[in-house]
Write a protein that binds this ligand. Structure first.
Ligand SMILES: Cc1cc2nc3c(=O)[nH]c(=O)nc-3n(C[C@H](O)[C@H](O)[C@H](O)COP(=O)(O)OP(=O)(O)OC[C@H]3O[C@@H](n4cnc5c(N)ncnc54)[C@H](O)[C@@H]3O)c2cc1C
Length: 495
């Protein structure tokens, strides 16, 4: 049986392990942390169960597929429900807007703003739907092993049809006039660390998929997906070794042979790295001759997505909000421009997640879990220290802004449990280069064919999967990346 070593038990590492095990490969995962999931991590304290990273479940079929392909019923592993509303948006003028997942309700809400914008919204949906299908079939489902797979007439036509040159905000502005609506329908690119005001990126349409396929909730929180994959893999006879930090990929004569953990070599036929691509190439491939075009200098020069400052609060009372909510900055454009110019925003837009609104298993009775994510610059262009003082000052500032939202005026007085993750925490906890929570930025020069691919050309038997590889970041997208990596492995190493 061919032995596969996977470095990292993130979403794509776990999903890849299940896929490989289903096909009959012998699989072992080595993970530096003590829990599965990577960024899909969990902190548990005093009965509060905080999802650390991802919280928004889109494209649920991709989640379910990991289980069904291995021969079990997904519903025996995950309990999913469609959220309504999708999210609430709070504006600085004290107004708010619930974005319903029910078209009949949503149209009524939109008509109350403007009939013209309601019509524009429907046109926008159809535009997004068309573009998503083009992207899916022309780019997302393909692993580029040869230049000719990208540089061809079909790809060119698809790229033109995708209208990749406009930003998310510009796209929606073609259909809708109201600025609140424009913001509410374009901020989603921040989910993958991209500015809604900047193009070009084929990925600007990906987060809009929530408008078509909904936002789902997994009972127990997002971490349940990691736990469910871990459970399935172990049932199938796969192995996961926690607290095992891989120090090096063993490469002899251009062929990957195994990994080194605490000085001990472990050998395998195939090495699949789920550790974030730029960090892994820089730190785990020791000899420059084996790095190919990804020398350390190039990795330092590549561009990185934004990062996040997250406050995790266990509250001693209930608050009236929805599972997902966004608080918009007064000057949204300035906020975003600060963020991508590497300045920590003083009037930031931020995202609030409160799963205890609908799930009593994540917080003690009568209490509320509230996670507040502030998009911040990653560490590649600035000298932000995120030391104790800076972290505390920013925390106090964010709490003041939370207390400006109607219904949250007494927030600080009711904090019972509090945790914080800064870009530095993300960097050290999950080995993310520059603490960039979504990995390499999906700019045009780092997308599709130009993004690192599953097959590492310079070293035989070495493959990559995860956010910084094609197709990109976000749980459903890294699940696609795992599919592409396994297809390449199977092609090169049939059983
Ligand atoms: C704050 C935040 C919010 C997000 N929100 C959403 C969301 O709402 N919806 C969504 O779909 N996506 C969201 N994402 C993105 C999503 O979480 C990621 O794209 C996805 O989880 C990444 O999975 P991965 O498999 O690529 O890698 P990772 O999660 O990074 O997994 C890699 C694993 O490798 C391990 N590792 C690294 N180096 C080594 C080593 N040397 N030895 C052993 N192990 C190692 C790491 O510890 C980690 O467990 C969010 C991400 C963050 C950080």
């Amino acid at each position: 049986m061919k032995k596969v070593i996977i470095i990292g038990a993130g979403v794509s590492g776990l999903a890849s392990a299940i896929r490989l095990k289903t096909l009959g490969y012998d699989v072992s995962i080595y993970e530096k942390n003590e829990l599965p999931g990577g960024r899909m991590y969990q902190i548990e304290e005093k009965g509060f169960k905080f999802d650390v990273g991802p919280t928004i479940v889109m494209m649920p079929d991709l989640y379910k597929e990991v289980f069904s392909l291995s021969g079990v019923r997904p519903e025996d592993y995950l309990e999913m429900s469609l959220l309504n509303p999708l999210y609430t948006v709070y504006f600085s003028d004290q107004t708010k807007f619930d974005v319903s997942s029910n078209l009949t309700e949503l149209i009524k809400q939109l008509e109350s703003i403007s009939e013209k914008d309601a019509e524009g919204y429907l046109k926008y949906l159809s535009d997004v739907y068309r573009r998503y299908h083009i992207a899916k079939h022309a780019f997302l489902d393909i692993s580029y092993r040869k230049p000719s797979e990208f540089f061809n007439f079909k790809s060119l036509v698809s790229l033109l049809k995708l209208k990749t040159l406009s930003s998310a905000y510009a796209s929606i502005s073609r259909f809708v006039e109201n600025d609140h609506l424009r913001r509410a329908l374009s901020f989603q690119t921040l989910y993958i660390g991209v500015s809604p005001f900047s193009g070009p990126s084929i990925y600007t349409i990906i987060p809009m998929i929530e408008l078509l396929y909904g936002i789902w909730y997994i009972k127990g929180g997002m971490y349940q997906m990691a736990k469910a994959m871990e459970k399935r893999l172990i049932e199938m006879g796969g192995h996961i070794y926690y607290n095992h930090l891989v120090d090096e990929i063993i490469i002899n004569d251009g062929i990957a042979k195994g990994v080194i953990i605490q000085g001990n070599p472990i050998f395998g036929d195939i090495i699949l790295a789920n550790a974030d691509f730029p960090w892994a190439v820089k730190n785990l491939i020791k000899q420059p001759k084996n790095k190919g075009k990804y020398q350390n200098k190039k990795i330092d020069r590549m561009s990185y997505s934004s990062s996040a400052f997250i406050l995790y609060f266990g509250m001693s009372k209930k608050y009236k909000t929805h599972v997902h909510a966004i608080r918009f900055a007064q000057d949204f454009e300035k906020n975003i421009s600060d963020l991508f110019k590497s300045t920590v925003p003083t009037d930031p837009s931020f995202y609030m997640y409160s799963p205890s609104q609908i799930d009593s298993s994540v917080a003690p009775s009568g209490k509320e879990l509230i996670y507040v994510l502030v998009p911040t610059p990653s560490l590649h262009q600035n000298n932000l220290t995120w030391d104790e003082k800076m972290t505390k000052d920013y925390r106090n500032h964010i709490i003041k802004l939370i207390e400006e939202i109607p219904g949250f005026e007494d927030f600080e007085a009711h904090i019972e449990v509090e945790k914080v993750y800064t870009p530095k925490t993300f960097q050290s906890m999950f080995n993310l280069e520059n603490g960039a929570t979504f990995g390499l930025r999906p700019s045009m020069s780092q997308s599709v064919y130009f993004r690192p691919q599953a097959t590492f050309k310079k070293v035989k038997n070495l493959y990559f999967t995860g956010s910084s590889t094609h197709p990109g970041a976000g749980v459903p997208i890294v699940l696609m990346s795992s599919k592409l990596a396994i297809a390449s492995i199977v092609k090169d190493h049939p059983l």
